[in-house]
Structure formats: C-alpha cells, structure tokens
Design a protein around this ligand. Structure first.
Ligand SMILES: O=C(O)CCC(=O)C(=O)O
Ligand SMILES: [Fe+2]
Length: 452
C-alpha cells in the first residue's frame, strides 16, 4: 500500500469498554488528519478478532494527498475521536463504539518501532523537509537517480549559513546520494566544522560525532578526524580501502560504503581532492535506493528480516604489518570502540532523512548474511553486489578537478575509487557518524515515495 511513514498510535480503552462482540465482523474506522497538508481521511479495515488481538492499541497509517510534502512529517496528526462503524450497517446507524483518544503531546519523541537500531544511537529527527534555500545556486543533476553538482557554492559560505540551508544541504545529499561542490577553497578544519554542522542539523544522535578511523595514527598531522586519501600511502598498504592488497583484477572489487564495520557507521562523508593525475582517478557512486527499488517484492520482504555481519579484520592485519597500533578508544561514538572491527546491521536500512529504504551490504566489508546457510549467504551477497556493479544506470562517475569536494550519504550509496593512473593523487576525507542502522517496516523505496 502507498502508506507513508507518518503514523500515530493511541492507547485504546480496555477491551471491556469496547462493545465489539460479533466475531469476525468487519469494521471500518476512519479518521481525519488535522495536519494542514493532509486533508484526507485515512481508512482501515479491521475485524473484531484483530481488535481483540491488538487489545490496547491500533496503528493507523495515513495516506496523504501530497506525498512529497507530507512524507517528511512525523507529528502524530490524526484527530482525536474515532468511531467504529460496522461496514455493512444500515445508513445512519450509530457507531458501535465511540471513544476519545487521550491527547498526545505533538512533539513527543516516541521510540520508533524498528528492526535493528540501538537506544544509544537513535536519530533525533526524521523526514526532513527541503525549504528551497539552495535553489539560488547554479546546480544540475548528473543522472536521473544519483548525483547533483553545484557551482559557486562554497563550503566557507555554508559555515555561516542559517540552519535551514544546512538542512537543505542534508536533504539534497540524502535524496541525491552524492553532491559535488566544484573548486573549494577550504581547509581540513573547515571541512570538519561543516561536517559536524551537517550531521547535527540532519538529526544524528547526540552520542555521534566525527569518526576516528581505526588506522589513523595517533598525533597525525591533520588531527584524528581527518583521513588522508593518498595514492602513495595506498601503495604501501594502510589505505582506507583494501583494493590494492586484494588479489582481484576487477576494478569493481573496491565498491564499499564507508566504515560499515562500526556499530554506528557513517551518515555522511566529505572528500576533497587537491592533488590529481592529468587524467584518471575518477570516483564512482551507486544508489542504494535504486538497487532496493529493483528488487522484487518477495526478495525485499525476505531481506527485510535479515541482518548481515560487516567485518574489517583485515585492517588489524594491515596495522600489524605496518607496526601501527589500531585505535581502540571511542571512534566517534561510545558504541565504536575496541579491537573487534565488526558489526551486525539490517540488510535493508531506512534513511531517516528521506524515509526511503536502501540495500545496506557492501563488497568491501559485508562478509555474511546471518540466519541463512553459508551457501545462501554467498549467493545473496553475490547477487546484491552484482546489482551495484552491473547497473551502470544506478551509478554516477565523477571526474575530479583540483579542489573539488564531494559529500555523500553512506547509508544509501556505495562508492569505488579508480586506480587507473601512475601519478600522485591525494585529498582529505572527513566522515561523520549517524544512527545505528535500522529498518522502519512502514518505510518504502524512493520510487514509491516520489510517486509516478
Ligand atoms: O579515492 C577515492 O576516490 C575514494 C576514496 C574513498 O573511498 C573515501 O574517501 O571514502
Ligand atoms: Fe570510501
């Protein structure tokens, strides 16, 4: 059904107060949305058995007329009285039961009913709205499903911009997957500042900050939270991804989503490339929303109940080989510490900013789908990885110019570097941490949410 993520739940009177006796009799309850943009009645059919089963609660899903405008609203917005009327009652018949729902504070944060997630790292906001503040900058979409490029928008300007501009940036990145800002005059410290603002305005948990990569050396030149991306470093090992230590001759072996081996992985990442080969060194991103949308409903339903184990034990080997100790203290979240670079996450993940589902396994770090046999896991993972690498119409390839900067949403995209050059290539990367990954069972894919 085209239900949105907007829902409200009230405690119903005890079943004894509800004079709903006839077993299996169908009822329709309807209620009017009081939110200004939802002037539609939402109807649901339930039977008495279902009422009795639920006994103290009913869940109502709202189908709004303006899906785009509305889908970002999370305030419980249904009217307070509810009447249960037998569906085939004679015209004018009185409701079988009428009751008034206890009022709920409209901004009351409710623990979402989700699969996965963690109390310590839940998103503070969901379904952000785009206010249009970035429209004044020259921009264009690079493909229909992923990537938007801006010209003339400087990170330094964003640093002093009002919060709704930063929220618009977050929505744009989360909807388009990756955003490119050409020609940036920005220092690593300013990159960190913007990253912190972005993640906070986008509603990341208060326990999440900027990531400290387990391979970042203590006292490193640009600080703990900047990772230096460098072809020279990569040649020696110790790069952030393990493409060159991998024996595969497929360039696509490097597809990954940053730091998914952490219990609280990245929401956003920012990379500026300042040193470039004459040609080559492009980066490719792919849309996790689009891959989710291309799965059949039965496969989606199966994957929605599964988790996968993400593992970066190879970083321990790399660190040992280089003689560098791994960072075992808090790596940006109290949930990310210690030596075990491994985490279990839902295979399908909801992005809190857009409310859209994405596939969340990646070739770089995901080793095993849990709860199925190893053979099934191998087949499923190979299939999902192929969906990323073989659907070039779900990808965007970016040709860097000096000092270009990319910001992407790691919850709903993958990316892959291209090692097709001999000269030096280098840049700085910052990664912020979001929420512990979760799946909201009421969430839909991007295409369904946007409508035809
Ligand atoms: O070097 C690149 O193109 C991408 C590096 C990367 O994976 C990252 O910055 O997260
Ligand atoms: Fe990466």
């Amino acid at each position: 059904m085209n239900g949105c993520a907007c829902w409200a739940e009230w405690e119903l009177p005890q079943p004894s107060h509800m004079h709903v006796h006839p077993v299996q009799m169908l009822f329709t309850f309807s209620t009017r949305c009081t939110h200004p943009s939802h002037n539609i009645v939402s109807c649901y059919s339930i039977n008495t058995k279902a009422v009795q089963c639920l006994s103290t609660s009913i869940r109502i899903t709202c189908i709004p007329p303006y899906r785009r405008a509305h889908k970002r609203t999370v305030i419980p917005c249904l009217s307070k009285s509810l009447a249960l009327v037998p569906r085939r009652a004679p015209p004018g018949a009185a409701p079988v039961v009428t009751f008034t729902m206890p009022s709920m504070p409209s901004a009351a944060p409710r623990a979402p009913k989700v699969f996965g997630g963690n109390e310590v790292a839940r998103p503070r906001l969901s379904n952000l709205t785009y206010s249009g503040s970035l429209e004044r900058f020259k921009h264009g979409d690079l493909t229909p499903v992923i990537g938007r490029e801006f010209e003339g928008l400087q990170v330094t300007e964003l640093l002093s911009a009002p919060a709704d501009t930063i929220a618009d940036l977050a929505v744009t990145i989360s909807e388009r997957g990756v955003v490119f800002l050409r020609g940036q005059d920005v220092t690593p410290t300013q990159m960190k500042d913007l990253m912190l603002r972005l993640t906070q305005v986008a509603g990341s948990p208060s326990s999440s900050g900027l990531h400290v990569h387990p391979l970042t050396e203590e006292g490193s030149e640009l600080g703990d939270q900047i990772s230096v991306i460098s072809s020279e470093k990569q040649k020696k090992g110790g790069g952030l991804t393990h493409q060159l230590s991998d024996v595969s001759r497929f360039a696509s072996s490097g597809w990954h989503s940053d730091i998914s081996f952490e219990p609280v992985p990245s929401d956003y990442a920012m990379l500026k490339i300042h040193t470039l080969p004459a040609t080559g060194g492009d980066t490719i991103w792919a849309s996790g929303y689009e891959v989710y949308d291309r799965l059949s409903p039965p496969l989606r339903a199966m994957l929605a109940g599964l988790t996968a184990t993400h593992d970066a034990t190879f970083f321990l080997d790399e660190a040992a080989r280089l003689g560098n100790p791994i960072r075992q203290g808090e790596r940006g979240s109290p949930l990310n510490q210690g030596k075990a670079l491994t985490a279990v996450h839902p295979v399908i993940r909801t992005n809190p900013v857009t409310g859209w589902n994405s596939v969340y396994v990646n070739k770089g770090f995901t080793k095993r789908i849990n709860g199925v046999t190893k053979d099934e896991s191998d087949v499923l993972l190979a299939y999902l990885f192929n969906m990323v690498t073989q659907n070039h119409d779900a990808q965007v390839r970016f040709r860097w110019r000096q000092n270009d900067l990319a910001i992407w949403d790691n919850r709903s995209t993958w990316h892959c570097a291209t090692y097709d050059y001999a000269e030096a290539r280098a840049g700085d990367r910052v990664c912020s941490l979001g929420e512990a990954p979760y799946l909201d069972p009421a969430a839909t894919g991007r295409r369904e949410a946007l409508g035809p």
